[in-house]
Design a protein around this ligand. Sequence first.
Ligand SMILES: CC(C)(COP(=O)(O)OP(=O)(O)OC[C@H]1O[C@@H](n2cnc3c(N)ncnc32)[C@H](O)[C@@H]1OP(=O)(O)O)[C@@H](O)C(=O)NCCC(=O)NCCS
Length: 256
Amino acid sequence: MNNHELTLKKLDITDLKNLIDLQDKIISDLRTDEQHFILHRTASDFLNALSSSSTYVFGLYDGDKLVSQSILSLPQDNEERELPEFLSDRKNSEIAIYKAVLVDPEYRGRGLMKRMLQIREDTAVLNGRKIAITQIAADNPASWINALQYGMQVTKVGLDPIDNAEVIYLQKRLDGKIEPRLNTQKTFPMLLGKDIHHQVPILFNKMQKLSADGWVATSLTKEKNGYRLIWNPIEETAQTIRLTPLYNDIRAAKSL
Ligand SMILES: CC(C)(COP(=O)(O)OP(=O)(O)OC[C@H]1O[C@@H](n2cnc3c(N)ncnc32)[C@H](O)[C@@H]1OP(=O)(O)O)[C@@H](O)C(=O)NCCC(=O)NCCS
């Protein structure tokens, strides 16, 4: 089956059972030590998302089978948003939050996660959002590599304040411009290796240190011996003199 034969739908209450069935299938396919990759949403969590005016739930259908789902949150200024610890200086109305994307195991590796990133980006841009953000478990490289390939950048690495899980925060400007404060002349290429899963504890420590030192993972290259993650520093002057809200979190992390 070809991807463009899949039908995109903004899901509603009639899709509730399919959402739960797909989530159950994906959870039962994850090993015990991978169960934290996604939030295990209850029927009422899904109902809230489906009925909220600031949340979009998207699905891709193969005929009448839901094969992928994703959630986009477009928080309003007057409400509490998720990930308040990330880009806390930005107004809610500038931000789009990408939440868990799930792809049926039988449909993986053919770009459905990237298609879900694109759908959410298009919707965020249409709604005037300036920046997309997400948080991904550090030991879920399949997901964060994908987000990096899609153009998101790692600007914060640390522990989730709710459950202390090791997480990676990514963001992407939605105006298509490159962050001017990055020093692209100076790079640190980090080889992720072929067996990224196995390397995650070491990689996480390195990434946390680089991020706390003001470096941003800006791109990814695929080489014979695995992926290479490219880091660039934020200009020293930008860090000390003209720090803008975009990177205030990095400075906050450095002062901890
Ligand atoms: C993560 C997930 C959504 C990826 O979906 P997908 O549709 O297979 O991803 P895509 O086809 O768009 O992208 C494939 C890319 O993902 C990356 N990827 C996929 N599996 C990978 C793995 N096991 N290790 C490293 N990278 C991997 C690769 O970069 C691959 O790119 P390539 O074509 O250059 O090899 C899917 O595996 C899934 O549903 N996992 C369980 C739920 C989950 O973890 N969701 C994310 C929560 S944040």
